[in-house]
Design a binder for this molecule. Structure first.
Ligand SMILES: [Zn+2]
Length: 596
């Protein structure tokens, strides 16, 4: 991979044009501390009109400047480089400039509307900050500094997800590494609006520029500086006493009554599913077993939808280092059963299956884009059937989730039925064809099909939030009338501001519906109430984080487990505190038993 390195006596910064022009390393010469890597600091441009319900900013998926390759436009000097990309009539330029002597990197950003209509744009930073519970740099404190005062943003030691917004108002963000006694400051100019600390399994988003409507030919500019300084004076002494530390001193009697260990009588939802993302490298079998035994089963889940890659005899080309061995999966499914839980096999098909389309580029629906395969290619059909048959042999599941989410994204170009062969049919027929072919293979094996809902939600249910209306382009949602009614629709709505009526819509058409929630406790509570009110019998918690306690949004996992068992628990004002205590205890146990 080609990278560009800029350096001065105080620091070194590395940029990757191939990875969306992101900063992949920022090292202080004096301390040797890597402030950005091993992950990255990305600044991208979003376009569109759909907002993220939690952060209130333009939706993350908008525009494709995130992963696109940037051209190196010009190297101004050994300490400065310009990168440029253009997409759908908007050009985005980043100039990265290093100070001659000081550890200061200046990022000058410029968006130009080259199209003939107004375009809404927003610049967003996305940090895989190398600190917090998922990394070894645990003693890095996040502070918002404004007008001489510092506000500490506390992080629990275990994984969590959260979103908090702060207007910038002349402020800066300081990341103080108290172990290394060095601070990284993020200094925005007046063209930025807010820091929204949107924490998700090690990646944080923000600061954000305001949304700008650019007229044709109009330009938006903003500048952000990354500044290193010795010391951690931003950390005021009282501020370091993080909220989560004091919770460890509660008496053990109260802890024993926490959500993780509580058992209930007749549950509101008899089927309580958790979707876990596991990989052999990130979650070894023993860690996963510990998690199932000490967190998932006690939290009241009955089904585990295990998202992982498995090394298949029939298709070794799809496997990687992270793939589990068939024997490991058999050990896990047996262990889950011994705890009274059932494993739901899951394999994403059509979209989110880049292992297939990278190993077999000839199956890409749009050449060069590994995101989507071509369902009408006969080779796809053979390959998919072989994968399913072998997975069924390994998992011995009663239920198999076939994914089918986000094949195209609301507001982005259509991806269903666009290749010359697929264009012979209507987009919704192409989508239904893929589902029906897979369903037939599973049915022959006596296995029930589950799938995600977002490609099938009708426009009338998208009045409050359009973000999961992924089947609107090409009217793909019409496939709902062409697929078997014994499919379980996992209808995901993650935030309380969303419209849940799509679940009633699926129910009315004869499908079984399993509502799916994410980390938002308000979203969990509200959707569970709705699901109960329309008589649904199952709920699913999704996590979208590595299945270990340092990444998993563990408070939300416990919270959902409790609400799924007893929907009225969502009204209990103590539930938040109970799950926090339980999460803290579990973290203590996990660090003792699993962490080296
Ligand atoms: Zn095709």
């Amino acid at each position: 991979m080609t990278t560009i390195e800029l350096s001065n006596p105080a620091c070194r910064v590395v940029i990757s044009p191939e990875r969306g022009g992101r900063v992949v390393s920022f090292v202080s010469t004096g301390s040797g501390v890597e402030h950005v890597g091993p992950e990255h600091l990305q600044i991208w441009l979003k376009t569109g009109t759909i907002r993220d319900p939690a952060a209130g900013v333009l939706h993350l998926f908008y525009g494709d400047f995130r992963t696109r390759e940037f051209e190196m436009d010009q190297t101004d000097s050994p300490r400065s480089v310009r990168l440029r990309a253009e997409s759908e009539g908007v050009s985005f330029q980043k100039r990265v400039r290093l100070d001659g002597a000081k550890p200061v990197v200046t990022l000058e950003l410029e968006a130009v509307n080259n199209s003939d209509r107004p375009r809404v744009v927003q610049v967003e930073c996305f940090f895989h900050w190398s600190f917090g519970p998922t990394t070894t740099r645990r003693n890095v404190h996040t502070l918002i500094q404004r007008g001489g005062a510092s506000t500490l943003y506390p992080l629990p030691p275990y994984g969590t997800m959260d979103c908090s917004s702060f207007d910038i108002d002349g402020g800066t963000l300081a990341l103080c590494d108290t172990d290394q006694d060095e601070t990284l400051r993020i200094v925005p100019d007046a063209n930025w609006q807010r820091f929204a600390i949107y924490q998700m399994s090690g990646c944080w988003r923000g600061p954000y520029s305001p949304e700008k409507s650019l007229a044709p030919g109009e330009t938006f500019r903003a500048t952000l500086q990354l500044v290193l300084s010795p010391g951690c004076e931003a950390v005021g002494q009282p501020a370091v006493a993080a909220v989560y530390d004091r919770r460890s001193h509660r008496d053990s009697q109260r802890r024993s009554q926490t959500a993780a260990t509580a058992r209930f009588g007749y549950p509101t939802f008899p089927i309580r599913v958790i979707d876990l993302n596991a990989s052999r490298t990130g979650t070894p079998v023993d860690s996963l077993k510990w998690l199932l035994e000490h967190v998932i089963a006690p939290a009241g889940y009955t089904h585990v939808q295990l998202e992982c890659s498995v090394r298949l005899r029939s298709h070794p080309e799809l496997a990687g280092e992270a793939s589990y061995l068939p024997g490991e999966i058999r050990e896990l499914t047996k262990f889950a059963r011994s705890l009274g839980m059932e494993i739901i096999a899951i394999q994403n098909f059509y979209g989110h299956q880049s292992a297939i389309t990278r190993a077999h580029p000839d199956l890409q629906e749009v050449p060069g884009d590994p995101g989507v395969y071509c369902p009408t290619n006969p080779k796809t059909r053979r390959l998919v059937a072989e994968i399913i048959r072998e997975m069924v042999e390994i998992f011995e599941p009663r239920q198999f989730h076939i994914g089918h989410d986000e094949i195209q994204l609301a507001g982005n170009p259509q991806r269903v039925g666009v290749c010359p062969r697929c264009r012979q049919r209507r987009p919704w027929e192409v989508f239904a064809y893929d589902v029906n072919e897979i369903h037939a293979v599973l049915k022959a094996a006596g296995v029930r099909t589950w799938m995600w809902s977002d490609m099938l939600i009708r426009p009338e249910y998208l009045s409050k939030w359009q973000g999961n209306g992924n089947g609107v382009a090409g009217e793909v949602y019409r496939a709902l009338d062409l697929i078997p009614r014994d499919i379980v629709i996992a209808d995901w709505h993650y935030f309380a501001v969303e419209d849940y009526r799509s679940s009633q819509g699926f129910l009315d058409r004869g499908f079984e519906v399993c509502p799916a929630v994410w980390y938002s406790k308000e979203g969990i509570r509200e959707y569970a109430k709705y699901a109960h009110s329309i008589g649904l019998k199952s709920m699913m918690m999704t996590t979208w984080a590595n299945a270990d306690l340092s990444s998993l949004p563990v408070e939300s996992v416990l919270y959902a487990g409790r609400v799924f068992q007893d929907v009225a628990a969502g009204n209990d004002p103590d539930l938040d505190e109970q799950v926090r205590l339980a999460a803290h205890d579990l973290w203590g146990e996990w660090t003792k038993r699993v962490k080296p």
